[in-house]
Design a protein around this ligand. Structure first.
Ligand code: ZN
Length: 213
């Protein structure tokens, strides 16, 4: 009754156009103690809380099982999953941002899931170690970095000499291929100060779930 020009309004929403715009993929990589998780939190703070889901691998039990915790003690609630396809089970309307912490714990399926999320318009942010304890690149980190819209490599400070560090030094022994030990078992090192563990590395493709640094 009170309206005017009935039926004459333009309706841009009905015009032909693409579905939701593609979401962006951001990869935050680097060695341990390089501030990857802090950078993740800084980026998540730009979005509204209900639109964010944060995931971590069940194998990652450092600090807290149900939260991602930075080395300086900040934390964010997280959902534990055993494989990347479980992320899709949690997707619901209103979720705009998916974060995956310590992506190197996941296998290559995470690459496909990340691409699928971005195609649906979801912003994906991952953190990942770029190298394992032997200095070998993590395949999943490389592939995520290759398809990322933004790829950030963080550095730490070498615990030995104080220059820029890009390696993770492991101290705890490796028993039966078991990479036990928390952050106290590791240190950031530059290439000159870093030494590989005395134990030979496992096969050159890291089995799922054993991709601790
Ligand atoms: Zn050094």
């Amino acid at each position: 009754m009170r309206g005017t020009s009935n039926g004459l309004q333009n309706n841009p929403a009905s015009s032909v156009g693409p579905a939701a715009p593609r979401g962006t993929i951001t990869v935050i990589a680097g060695c341990m103690f390089s501030g990857k998780t802090t950078e993740l939190f800084r980026r998540l703070a730009e979005f509204s809380l209900p639109s964010i889901l944060v995931f971590k691998h069940v194998i990652d039990q450092r600090y807290r099982a149900d939260a991602v915790v930075s080395h300086d003690g900040e934390e964010w609630p997280a959902i534990q999953i055993a494989s990347a396809d479980e992320i899709m089970d949690h997707l619901r309307p209103g979720i705009e941002v998916i974060a995956v912490d310590e992506a190197h714990f996941f296998d290559a399926e995470l690459v496909d899931v990340t691409r699928g999320l971005a195609d649906r318009g979801v912003t994906v942010i991952t953190t990942s170690l770029d190298r394992d304890s032997w200095g070998r690149p993590f395949a999943v980190a490389e592939r995520l970095g290759a398809m990322a819209d933004e790829s950030i490599v963080r550095h730490a400070v070498c615990a030995e000499c104080g220059v820029l560090a890009d390696r993770t030094q492991r101290f705890a022994p490796i028993i039966d291929g078991n990479m036990v030990g928390g952050p106290e078992s590791y240190e950031a090192r530059c290439q000159a100060c870093w030494v590989p563990p005395p134990t030979p590395p496992p096969d050159d493709t890291l089995p799922k779930g054993s991709a601790a640094p």
